[in-house]
Design a protein around this ligand. Structure first.
Ligand code: 5GP
Length: 209
């Protein structure tokens, strides 16, 4: 958005979706077309998975360090998810937004609700699978979990999808290209919101508006 003075502030974009929906692939597609978007690297207390690097996928920290960050109010939001903490650094986000850079957060539903509470202008997008059957097929195809874990993830997915009514937009991840394309369209439309174009009105009609 832009302030009345005409200086553009970055857009805070939140993307959520159940495990297995393909969020990371959609995010990669999105970031390859919008290289100006800053992807926020979260802090977490969970162990790195094979192939994950500190500072790239997450900032991996101890539970003690995470609890210090909470106590020192360093986080925009945080949540406990399946026994681990996940959170977003307030300082990094604030700096990027002030510089006019759009910031993308990949966070779960409790964190998204906190962001909306603290930053009502944030754009909340929820990615859903075309159907629960398709999500089940995708989780089986990944071949990383036992059947019991897959069933737990599917139950969790139903719970999370119920929360999607609180989001501003719902995007169906049918194909990665179409889902990323829809998100790009949403971001374009958001920039044209009247509330974000006050600088334009002001430049046309002068300060009297
Ligand atoms: P995973 O452990 O599979 O990488 O992530 C588990 C969940 O945590 C995902 O739904 C992901 O979106 C969410 N998550 C990742 N970073 C954050 C964060 O900073 N805050 C919150 N609230 N959730 C996060």
């Amino acid at each position: 958005m832009r302030t009345l003075a005409g200086q553009r502030k970055g857009e805070l974009i939140v993307l959520s979706g159940p495990s297995g929906v393909g969020k990371s692939t959609v995010i990669s597609e999105l970031l390859s077309s919008r290289r100006d978007i800053h992807f926020s690297v979260s802090f977490t207390t969970r162990q790195p998975r094979t192939g994950e690097a500190d500072g790239v996928n997450y900032n991996f920290v101890s539970r003690q360090e995470f609890e210090r960050m909470i106590a020192d109010d360093e986080l925009l939001e945080y949540a406990e998810y399946v026994g681990n903490y996940y959170g977003t650094s307030l300082k990094v986000i604030r700096e990027q937004l002030e510089r006019g850079v759009d910031v993308l957060l990949d966070i779960e539903v409790q964190g998204a609700a906190k962001v909306k509470e603290r930053c009502p202008e944030a754009v909340l997008i929820f990615l859903v699978p075309p159907s629960i059957e398709e999500l089940s097929r995708r989780l089986h195809r990944r071949n990383t979990d036992e059947e019991e874990t897959i069933q737990r993830r599917l139950e969790k997915a139903r719970e999370e999808c119920r929360e999607s009514v609180h989001y501003d937009y719902l995007v169906v991840n049918d194909t990665v290209v179409s889902a990323a394309g829809e998100i790009l369209s949403i971001l374009q439309a958001e920039q044209c919101r009247t509330s974000k174009m006050l600088f334009m009105i002001q430049s046309i009609v002068g300060n009297a508006c």
